[in-house]
Design a protein around this ligand. Structure first.
Ligand code: GLV
Ligand code: MG
Length: 371
């Protein structure tokens, strides 16, 4: 595992509340976690976590998000030693109805007593159309809230479902004496209805950290003619997921959230997984679910920038800093080698540099001011 997995991406400039995020239950009087809202004009790794300073860990390394059935003692144990950026202990579709309750308790035990080595720890609860959700949340958060980073809500159909979870979390945090608002929410988009409402969902709560594509349920929801989850359906000559992924990506980015791609179920098809991951990474997704240990290294590699791109991004940032300084001539546009750079180049470089820093990459080049 890379050392920086514990490092969060946070703004390196003073954090300001974003008016667009002041919606939802947490902003009502008495809701005290507005300090989690932030704009993300800049990113550095290794800065402070939540609490006191108003700077919060909304963005975390999530290149590989490992699904772990909450009902399997063996997998709960094994997952702890695997180099995924995030683990999510699953109480939903990986748990049969008869073991839902025992899985809750096994999950609390694994979170409280396991050694997760700095990984982001989430629990996927059942969706609000079942009768399990409230008990999942109460059992897990009361039992292991201090050892939990996020609750993942599947099959999100609209903003109200996120707000309901936000309210429930706030009550539990207050009752238990936990820091109110520390636990984040991850939202899965898995239906036509969820996708239609994805912009409102992304803006529904300052607890939200990610918007996740759930291809299996989504394919069923829209009637896609394929049973191979994450693969292109036969007979369609282009990328059948492009529209869906782009909507999720844009909705997530519009609220400074992380877009995450869902699972690829053919776990023995390494090349198929890599191709699907590369497509999502190229669009701008921050990570992908992994279902098998063999998929972890591929996801970590594919969702990190290449060494060349990372070095280049850091060079642009240094060069732009220098050229815009008094010493460098206070210029807004300047040359870096054969390339012209300006404020837009800086923004693009920040994205790549932020991903590289979160992945624990080290620079192999440094900026030398001209002349
Ligand atoms: C994940 O939950 C999916 O439905 O693909
Ligand atoms: Mg699903």
């Amino acid at each position: 595992m890379v050392a920086s997995q514990t490092a969060m991406l946070v703004p390196s400039v003073p954090v300001t509340a974003s008016p667009s995020r002041t919606v939802g239950p947490s902003s009502v009087p008495g809701g005290v976690h507005d300090n989690r809202m932030m704009t993300r004009p800049d990113m550095t790794s290794g800065a402070t976590a939540a609490g006191g300073g108003g700077v919060v860990n909304r963005l975390r390394p999530r290149r590989s998000c490992l699904a772990v059935p909450g009902s399997s003692a063996r997998f709960l144990e094994k997952a702890q030693g695997l180099p995924a950026d995030e683990v999510f202990l699953d109480l939903e579709d990986a748990c049969a109805p008869l073991v839902k309750d025992s899985a809750r308790h096994a999950t609390v035990d694994a979170l409280s007593n396991g050694d997760w080595g700095g990984k982001t720890r989430a629990v996927r609860v059942n969706d609000w159309t079942t009768h399990w959700t409230y008990q999942d949340v109460i059992t897990v958060v009361e039992g292991a809230g201090a050892s939990l980073d996020c609750v993942m809500l599947p099959k999100v159909a609209g903003a109200a479902q996120i707000q309901a979870l936000d309210l429930l979390l706030t009550q539990i945090e207050k009752a238990m004496g936990f820091e109110v608002g520390r636990i984040g929410i991850e939202a899965q988009i898995e239906s036509a209805e969820g996708l239609v409402n994805v912009e409102a969902i992304a803006a529904s709560s300052p607890r939200l950290e990610t918007i996740i594509f759930g291809p299996a349920d989504f394919m069923a929801s829209i009637g896609m003619r394929s049973l191979v989850v994450g693969e292109q359906p036969p007979g369609y000559p282009a990328d059948a997921y492009h529209y869906i992924l782009m909507r999720i990506l844009v909705a997530a980015r519009s609220q400074h959230l992380q877009p995450i791609d869902g699972p690829y179920l053919q776990v023995r098809n390494a090349e198929g997984f890599r191709a699907a991951a590369r497509r999502a990474a190229a669009l701008g997704f921050d990570g992908k679910w992994v279902l098998h240990p063999d998929q972890i290294a591929a996801a970590n590699e594919i969702f990190s920038p290449s060494q060349e791109d990372y070095d280049h991004a850091e060079l642009i940032l240094d060069a732009y800093d220098w050229h815009t300084s008094a010493e460098g001539g206070a210029r807004g546009a300047a040359m870096l080698g054969d390339e012209m750079i300006d404020e837009a180049s800086r923004k693009m470089a920040l994205v790549v540099a932020g991903k590289g820093r979160a992945a624990g990459m080290a620079r192999t080049t440094s900026f030398q001011p001209p002349g």
